[in-house]
Design a binder for this molecule. Structure first.
Ligand SMILES: Cc1ncc(CN)c(N)n1
Length: 223
């Protein structure tokens, strides 16, 4: 069956990746509290690096938009939506007894660097629809994971706080708005550009799985 909307077409292309995310031990460990603290700390440190470049990728996406409301939305997300996540990180880093010096000293790991580089390259050199498709898994997958985990939360208060942020109504409203922009863009895309968007969406959805997997393993640079 042909997907009814562009966002549905993108989601369908990445659904097996999302299904694999839901059963990854990082995610099941957040939910049942068995995730090792060291893996969560690796994740928060790497995510602090990631958000720096994600914010830039959103600013590049804003610069590529033609519709004034969409320029304003992505620019606002680059500044403010990210600020909510930074606030969460600051609290969690404090609880993990880590500082911004520790974040800088750790540097960005192999998967973080690869994901950030891909985001930056597409948002800097691709079209506006390609940029939107590339940044979308970050918004959408976290919202979905937040909702799934929210039902049972976590016995671990740190993990419960993380879950509550991504399962919140505030995140819902942000993601719904981005999805409606995605569907508007998709209504007049040619086949070749549509295919490029699907490829970018699937690639960054894969990076989302890899990001959690790297944290679970506390993956170092091999050399
Ligand atoms: C790697 C990653 N992906 C998504 C999100 C949610 N904005 C995040 N904080 N970090």
């Amino acid at each position: 069956m042909t997907p009814s909307t562009f966002s549905q077409q993108l989601w369908d292309a990445a659904e097996p990746i999302y299904d694999a995310i839901l059963v990854h031990p990082f995610i099941t460990g957040l939910a049942d509290g068995t995730l090792p603290r060291e893996s969560f700390a690796y994740f928060i440190v790497q995510d602090s690096h990631y958000l720096r470049d994600y914010s830039r990728a959103l600013a590049l996406t804003a610069a590529r938009a033609h519709d004034e409301d969409e320029v304003a939305m992505f620019a606002d997300h680059a500044a403010n939506a990210i600020a909510v996540e930074r606030g969460l990180h600051a609290e969690l880093l404090g609880d993990l007894e880590l500082t911004s010096t520790d974040v800088d000293a750790a540097g960005s790991g192999p998967v973080t660097t690869a994901y950030m580089s891909y985001l930056t390259a597409v948002c800097a050199t691709g079209s506006y629809p390609e940029a939107v498709a590339t940044v979308l898994p970050c918004y959408w997958i976290y919202r979905q994971v937040g909702h799934v985990l929210e039902a049972g939360s976590s016995p671990d208060p740190l993990y419960a706080r993380w879950i509550a942020t991504y399962g919140s109504a505030e995140v819902d409203a942000i993601v719904d708005r981005v999805l409606s922009v995605t569907d508007r863009i998709g209504s007049d895309l040619g086949a070749a550009e549509r295919e490029r968007c699907v490829r970018h969406f699937r690639t960054t959805a894969r990076y989302e799985w890899m990001f959690w997997d790297a944290a679970y393993q506390r993956l170092p640079w091999p050399i």
